[in-house]
Design a binder for this molecule. Sequence first.
Ligand code: ADP
Ligand code: MG
Length: 700
Amino acid sequence: MSVNLQTPIDYLKGVGPNRADLLRSELGIHTYQDLINLFPNRYIDRTKYYKINQLQRNNAEVQVIGQITSFREVAQKRGKRLVAEFRDDTGVMELVWFRGQKWIRESLKTGQPYVIFGKTNWFNGKFSMPHPELELLSEHEKNLRSAMQAIYPSTEKLSNKGITNRTVSKIMQQLFLETKGRYAETLSDTIRGELKLLSKSDALFNVHFPKSPELLSRAQFRLKFEELFYIQLQLILKNLIHRTKVKGYVFDKVGDYFNTFFKDHLPFDLTNAQKRVIKEIRADLGSNAQMNRLLQGDVGSGKTIVGFMSMLMGLDNGFQCCLMAPTEILSVQHYNGLIEWCNKLNISISLLTGSTKTSDRRIIHENLENGNLQILIGTHALLEDKVKFKNLGLAIIDEQHRFGVKQRSKLWHKNELPPNVLVMTATPIPRTLAMSVYGDLDISIIDELPAGRKPIKTVHRYDNNRLKVFRFMKDEIAKGRQIYVVYPLIQESEKMDYKDLMDGYESISREFPTPDYQISIVHGKMKAEDKDYEMQRFAEGKTNIMVATTVIEVGVNVPNASVMVIESAERFGLSQLHQLRGRVGRGAEQSYCILMTGHKLSNDSKTRLETMVRSSDGFEIAEVDLKLRGPGDIMGTQQSGVLNLRIADIVKDKDILQSARHHAKSVLNLDPSLALPENKMILNTYRQMSKYRNIWNYIS
Ligand code: ADP
Ligand code: MG
């Protein structure tokens, strides 16, 4: 039969049914195509041969030429091991087998030159190599071998079943033989020419069997570029489709509400970033495609007023707007903030949360349906079926990650057309990541804080300096400030966390006794209304210290709180630390963030603490976070394609990503439907990909 790349792997010579099963279950390799896309983890320089007296005790893979001089069997706890003495002209080492000893004894010859390859151990004053790869020197010299040997991903099961790196390498060679090393080109001549890319065939060959380090790096570049190019192409196309297919309400004029607010009631000068973002939103709202925009801005960057002014555009065009926040406290804060502005403009606004009285609820429902109510602020309560808008034109969602995608789309079903959606989040997604996940077409970023903010002073203190920290806290309280003390809450060790929190609370209660000091405590085991009650007492200044687990993380605004003490700071992630720090620095006073830890710190913890002390830029912090943790743990990436990248790495290959994006854009600019002959292979590849993988899963 003729081979094509969708041929099942079982058909490849050298891959029997057993191996095929293992390849499928262990590495997810079903077809020829999957095998060819099994990219090496790393490469070893096979032109280098070690002498035995050059070996180092670092357990690296080495290649040595020598002879086996003798075999012996050594009894051990279970069974026995086979040990061969292996010599060259500089010394002696041992080769060791725990399995397959009979076959080894029969097939290996003493007194013949071999090339051995494997990891060395230092054991009993000698180097030894367990289960080496062996080859007669004469054979070794005959084999056409690439200088850089590919090392493939493997699993324990594979190596136990004898599928070594050499096996995989041989199978790969066979694959190239059967396919004659010819693979359809997937990038246009223009792109290849501009970037001087290797052809697809050459790139694949050199990534598996590099002829030289230079060709290897060109091969890797080409394949990474291709991978990122097609992801970008999909993202951009999806966005184009969204723009043309998903119709939304058009806010075509800017009217009295917006203009009056802008001229007469702006409480401060907008930052340039705020102005830019408002323009971006305005452009979206003025088009007939539904807006679906993410507004990112660090805590305190002033997202609320941007949201409010967007709502004014809606009202100017006769639409209703809503703002949804994840907690009751936050909804109330928004409501209290916005109602002042609304009163000046004669706009009707209401608050709807779980604790809104039934009688008030009824009035709200009525006014929503008859259109008398213009702005509704609230929690999840907005999503209840009874809540029906007359004409919801814009839905704003604050602090995105607390709402699932499904919940959000519920808002959509209340209208004929989906409302325009603006999601505001203070959790910065690193630009690189945002670009690969969202294609950044619909992201607005406020990357500038309002003028005159005093940067928060952040310090790292060890636990044994606690008394000094307590003294500092007392001084601040004496000045009338309030303080947060936060403890970690990590699911797996909830009990321990709870104990830490309670111990901490006790020691703080001892240090800050009533009636001189009042202390609040909030933690996950409390009922929601008790939490709210305690938060409220703190917000009203009735207590001096708020002892809490991370439940206070999101959005709470107590401008008089100027000190954030984070206990066991090494146990928090960077973005969490940054979020917590954002709870202070909201008033006119100098604010402080104190990171408390013990002396034992991992390198990653040190990097996190240093980053916090050095930087207050949420995006910079997010980039470090991404480098430390990889994309897997960063919000919003769980379902995105960036996790399934085969060869590119969105952190390390940022520049390639940028270039891929640029080229994807220019291809689609010139030829949005990929109809030109020049782009035929791009279209074909794109179709193929969509067939075998549901790319729409990339984005929520
Ligand atoms: P966040 O982006 O964290 O939601 P807010 O919208 O709550 O930030 O704004 C934080 C504080 O900064 C608020 O008190 C707000 O009134 C104020 N603020 C927002 N924009 C500006 C500005 N351009 N100049 C001065 N203060 C501003
Ligand atoms: Mg906010």
